[in-house]
Design a protein around this ligand. Structure first.
Ligand code: PLP
Length: 399
């Protein structure tokens, strides 16, 4: 299919289709399980002449399976380029090390994924990059935190665990007036629910481990860009300046699994969003539930912004019961839903954010982030939601 025709396809068709591998015409790409590639005198010369991506050298620098995943990710995120990484955290650390240097400053939301928060709050400070944490749902707070050395504004499309949504349009406008790069972690939304590049964000990060993979069987990450602020070949520069140095390349087998995951992303996430909405409505009227955070509920603090930005409200929700030990008892009683750390897969998965995802965050900081002890986070799966609701109903009866 010609590029112009492919460009006009709907998102769903873009997810399903990619061109066959030209040598075999296999509709599924082979897995290039090779760390090493053979040189000829001609290839040797081309590498010396500066050709990099067009010749295969060594899989830490790039692999054809990884390139296929990158190509597909760029299509479905409405991006111009993508750089694949071994995990979501590899994507986050690679891009931040790749574009920032000592003396630079970041304004970040205070409810990012805890490991991101720790990286910015502790590890990155060792390299002279300071971060001011604010509530990015309040654009005034973002504006007030900007300094002359601010290079990046960083937040998540749907932020863990309160499912907070920032006004992306307003942040992009503010940032671009000052030449600041906007980076958005889109993991909780997935490119099916939201594509931040279409709203002017410069760089999007995905933990492909989650919805993109969808089956809890592979780690992966992606950095995707479309930006007038950044050089066109930025991600290729970052591949050579940073990814090859940090070493977080995506494995060929995982690239293949993630590529397969993309083909059913729209079907899975559509159902997951429907299930999340049903479960949120059920929990909101339950006598033992104190509060539910789901962007589709009118009670959600950013429901109006969610309505403006998101065609779907996502598959993630959080609810609060009396305390943490009781939350653990509920999750341990669930028989169909899985009690576990990750999210985005076909199975409904639950966790206690205050003692799992945010275990290392000090209590005062958790308070600031509105992370409460009795919170239970749910990643809705694709099961029959009546069965899942019955599972929650039984578990809640036991407390
Ligand atoms: N971003 C978000 C929002 C996450 O929830 C996670 C992991 O849970 C990550 C990034 C990190 O992804 P990974 O576990 O693939 O490194």
């Amino acid at each position: 299919m010609k590029k112009e025709k492919r460009e006009k396809l709907s998102l769903e068709s873009k997810m399903v289709y990619y061109p066959p591998e030209p040598c075999s015409m296999s509709i599924n790409d082979p897995i290039y399980m090779s760390s090493n590639f053979q040189y000829t005198a001609e290839i040797y010369q081309r590498v010396l002449d500066g050709e990099r991506k067009t010749v295969n050298i060594y899989s830490r620098c790039g692999n054809p399976s990884e390139y296929k995943f990158e190509e597909q990710m760029a299509w479905i995120e409405s991006g111009d380029a993508c750089l694949a990484t071994a995990s979501g955290m590899a994507a986050i650390s690679t891009i931040l090390f790749g574009i920032l240097k000592s003396g630079d400053h970041i304004v970040a939301d205070w409810t990012t994924y805890s490991t991101t928060h720790e990286f910015l709050d502790h590890r990155f400070t060792d390299f002279g990059v300071e971060t001011t944490f604010v509530d990015t749902a309040n654009v005034e707070h973002v504006e007030n935190a900007i300094q002359t050395n601010t290079k990046v504004i960083y937040f998540e499309t749907i932020a863990n665990p309160t499912m907070k949504i920032s006004d992306i349009e307003a942040i992009v406008k503010l940032a671009h007036e000052k030449g600041i790069i906007v980076i958005c972690d889109n993991t909780f939304a997935s490119p099916y629910v939201f594509r931040p590049l279409e709203w002017g964000v410069d760089l999007v990060l995905e933990s492909a481990t989650k919805f993109i993979c969808g089956h809890n069987d592979a780690l992966g990450g992606a950095i995707i860009m479309k930006s007038d602020l950044l050089p066109e070949d930025l991600l290729e520069q970052v591949r050579w300046s940073t990814l090859t140095k940090l070493g977080g390349a995506l494995s060929p087998f995982n690239a293949w699994l993630l590529l397969r995951g993309i083909q059913t992303l729209h079907l899975r996430v559509e159902r997951q969003c429907q299930n999340a909405a049903k479960l949120a409505a059920y929990l909101e009227q339950h006598e033992k539930v104190r509060k539910v955070w789901y962007p589709g509920l009118v009670s959600h603090p950013q429901h109006m912004i969610a309505k403006k930005l998101l065609p779907k409200f996502g598959a993630m929700l959080t609810f609060e019961i009396v305390d943490e030990p009781t939350a653990v008892r509920v999750l341990d009683s669930l028989e169909l839903a899985t009690f576990g750390a990750s999210l985005g897969g076909v199975r409904t998965t639950t966790q206690v954010p205050s003692t799992m995802a945010f275990l290392d965050v000090p209590p005062e900081q958790k308070k600031q982030m509105d992370i409460r002890d009795g919170m239970i986070r749910v990643s809705a799966g694709i099961e029959d939601m009546d069965d899942i609701i019955a599972d929650f109903s039984e578990a809640l009866k036991k407390i």
